[in-house]
Design a protein around this ligand. Structure first.
Ligand code: ATP
Ligand code: MG
Length: 347
């Protein structure tokens, strides 16, 4: 607390202990008093500063005036957009108070709700995304059924047959989206539980390569696997690890052209097993790298949809990597290729 001399010691101590920020302004809207939390949050130099330089929000400034003029407490939401998003609920209580006995002083209690706001927004965005992703194939199935039921194909068996593969494909798309969503919610719940079964990374990776070999060959992509003969035993969840390698290898060939090479390696290092999958595909523009493991994020939504992806693959991978206390790195050059590496701790 600043300006201690103006107030009683007990009140200061009490307010200083609060997690919420408390700022008291004099009649010129300059800070005459603030608690520890406010100094930590807004900087040690706020004493004497005008509130408009601390919280640039028109609503707040207007509500301070109203609180003073009407002598009534005002409650206002404050949204700061730059440099980072912040959301506060402010109680503006008109003075004078024991902490500042000037007539037009005002006490501001700030509750930082940024994290709660972000969580809520994340959830509602997620529901909106899921609904959108499900609606697209559903509309296509509905259109097919309407055409067969009472549209131009209602009496023509041959035309009806043309609609069936499209409807089947869209149904499969919905099915894989629902499977991915279930997988994601399950892994989120289990993320803090480290697997206790012993697995062999080499065996799992070779198994996944084997499963994908046909598709990779079909696309005329060469696969080079470099896994030295060694022991790659660690604690892990086999089916979850299969999901990681399937997703990464799947992405590598999905986002690569014919006549390119995918290199897969596993190295036994001192404390870690280092896995890498490197492609010569389209690459990921640098600005998108921080967002690449977000749910439903696709660099090019149209391209991914054509390839049948749900946009949940890397979000699932990220959670499984965390569950194994591993770390993932992505290096990519737009137009040249991408390398995903994962470091699995041995202990
Ligand atoms: N190896 C890669 N090369 C280029 N871009 C990639 C690569 N891996 C991922 N991406 C980009 O990251 C996005 C997100 O990948 P993610 O695996 O989460 O979703 P997806 O591949 O679209 O769908 P799904 O994995 O469900 O098939 C992709 O849409 C693509 O734009
Ligand atoms: Mg993918």
């Amino acid at each position: 607390m600043s300006s201690l001399s103006k107030t009683s010691f007990q009140e200061m101590t009490f307010i200083d202990e609060m997690i919420d920020q408390v700022i008291i302004l004099d009649k010129s809207r300059n800070v005459c008093c603030a608690n520890k939390s406010a100094f930590t949050r807004f900087g040690n130099d706020i004493d004497g500063k005008n509130i408009s330089l601390i919280l640039r929000d028109a609503n707040l400034l207007e509500s301070i005036d109203i609180a003073i003029n009407t002598k009534k407490t005002q409650i206002v939401d404050i949204e700061i957009k730059l440099p980072n998003f912040e959301f506060f609920k402010a109680n503006i209580i008109p003075g004078p108070s024991k902490l500042c006995n000037q007539d037009q002083s005002v006490m501001i209690f700030l509750k930082d709700l940024t994290e709660i706001y972000k969580t809520q927004k994340f959830k509602s965005d997620f529901v909106a995304n899921v609904s959108h992703e499900l609606r697209t194939p559903l509309q296509s199935i509905k259109l097919g059924l309407e055409t067969i039921n009472d549209g131009h194909a209602s009496k023509d068996f041959e035309v009806q047959k043309q609609f069936l593969p499209i409807m089947l494909q869209q149904t499969e798309r919905m099915e894989s989206l629902i499977n991915d969503l279930l997988s994601l919610s399950k892994i989120e719940l289990q993320e803090h539980i480290r697997p206790t079964s012993e697995v062999d990374l080499k065996e799992i990776i070779n198994h996944v390569i084997e499963l994908n070999l046909e598709l990779i060959k079909k696309k005329k992509i060469k696969i080079e696997s470099n896994i030295a003969d060694n022991v790659y035993k660690m604690f892990g969840d086999r089916s979850r690890l299969i999901e990681i390698f399937t997703n990464l290898i799947n992405n590598a060939y999905k986002y690569s052209e014919a006549n390119t090479i995918i290199k897969i390696s596993l190295i036994n290092k001192k404390d870690i097993f280092l896995f890498s999958v490197k492609d010569q595909g389209v690459g990921i523009p640098k600005k998108y790298l921080p967002r690449i493991t977000e749910r439903f994020f696709r660099v090019d939504p149209a391209r991914s949809k054509d390839g049948g992806g749900t946009g949940l693959g890397l979000a699932i991978v990220k959670h499984i990597v965390n569950q194994h206390r591993a770390t993932m790195d992505i290096i990519s050059t737009d137009g040249e290729g991408t390398e995903f590496t994962i470091e699995f701790p041995k202990i």
